[in-house]
Design a binder for this molecule. Structure first.
Ligand SMILES: Nc1ncnc2c1ncn2[C@@H]1O[C@H](COP(=O)(O)OP(=O)(O)OP(=O)(O)O)[C@@H](O)[C@H]1O
Ligand SMILES: O=P(O)(O)OC[C@H]1O[C@H](OP(=O)(O)OP(=O)(O)O)[C@H](O)[C@@H]1O
Ligand SMILES: [Mg+2]
Length: 297
């Protein structure tokens, strides 16, 4: 029987971003309307759509070998799984999300201690209870099924603990952040027995490496130019690079080719400098992956 890795794709906020990331990494994941079993162009993988809130449970039980979910929910459920690596992306950006303590704009609350005796609504009940208990602030924490921001606007609670990425929901509801409570990023989690299986571990390492490489290449480009030999020192001094630029001799010439990888947004700043230092034939090219060994055992 051939080997198959069962992979959980997070349904909801992280779904589209995860499918896009797989595409950049070299896998086509297809999700058709109402089906919870995405297709993938890899005979060694089977995918399932699972809510991030439940990913830890199904990975822990071995229903699936591995999955991606926000670290917030893996911690909240205290799932007995191994974290292979983290990947910094959210629904719309490449930044972590923040769990924040939020009140109505005109609330008197300025710090968590001001919520003594208050009612707080949140999806992340365990974390919120712990946060206030550790600070000896007595509060009532109520579970919210979503649309949490509306509850503090309506006065159904005194404060909420909610996740924010762009901040637009908080702004749109005229709310105010009291303080940040924690950050979260998606993590690749694996069942311990699956990690102990050499074939599965190698497959997971392959996937993790390529997903991380695709993220690492975002916003990065390659640049290449020719220059006279005596300009190499000056050019390499100003040229950003991952490690050091590559310098190769041009055939039958005392010119060299210089190559480097740098953030795309630096190119416009560096190009006039490169030209004034004698670089010619400058080309920029896109990068789809910067491959780094993502995982240690
Ligand atoms: N912009 C975002 N809003 C909410 N959660 C996000 C966002 N970006 C990333 N996440 C992560 O997604 C996970 C929550 O996923 P979930 O699908 O429950 O989001 P949701 O926005 O509540 O979805 P739904 O629209 O189904 O209510 C968490 O781990 C969270 O950290
Ligand atoms: O800071 P922002 O970029 O605005 O994103 C954060 C918002 O997105 C999610 O809401 P969702 O759309 O899931 O609605 P819900 O509250 O009904 O779950 C989350 O619960 C926040 O409300
Ligand atoms: Mg939600």
């Amino acid at each position: 029987m051939s080997n198959i890795l069962k992979f959980g794709i997070p349904k909801g906020s992280l779904e589209d971003a995860t499918v896009d990331l797989f595409k950049q990494a070299g896998w086509k994941v297809g999700i058709s309307s109402r089906s919870y079993f995405p297709t993938i162009d890899d005979d060694e993988m089977n995918c399932k759509l699972i809510r991030p809130q439940e990913m830890g449970k199904y990975v822990e039980r071995g229903t699936i070998d591995v999955g991606i979910a926000g670290r917030d929910w893996v911690r909240e459920n205290d799932s007995d799984v191994m974290e292979v690596c983290e990947m910094v992306y959210s629904k719309v950006s490449r930044r972590p999300v923040r769990w924040v303590l939020v009140v109505a704009q005109d609330s008197k609350v300025q710090k968590p201690e001001d919520l003594h005796g208050a009612t707080i609504s949140t999806e992340l009940v365990g974390f919120t209870k712990r946060y206030f208990a550790e600070r000896n602030i007595p509060v009532t924490v109520e579970f919210s099924w979503g649309a949490t921001e509306a509850k503090v606007v309506d006065g159904l609670c005194d404060a909420i603990v909610e996740v924010t990425e762009t901040g637009s929901t908080i702004r749109a509801n005229n709310l105010r952040i009291v303080c940040d409570l924690m950050e979260s990023v998606p993590v690749l989690i694996v069942n311990k027995a699956s990690w102990a299986d050499p074939w599965k571990r190698a497959k997971i390492q392959q996937i993790a490496t390529l997903l991380k490489s695709a993220l690492a290449a975002e916003g990065m480009v390659g640049i290449k130019m020719n220059a006279p030999n005596d300009r190499v020192e000056a050019i390499t001094k100003v040229l950003p690079s991952l490690n050091n630029p590559t310098v190769a001799h041009l055939y039958n010439s005392d010119w060299v080719s210089i190559e480097s990888v740098l953030p795309e947004k630096e190119v416009r700043r560096i190009v006039p400098e490169l030209i004034s230092l004698g670089a010619e034939g400058i080309v920029e090219y896109p990068l789809s992956k910067i491959i780094q060994p993502a995982i240690t055992d």
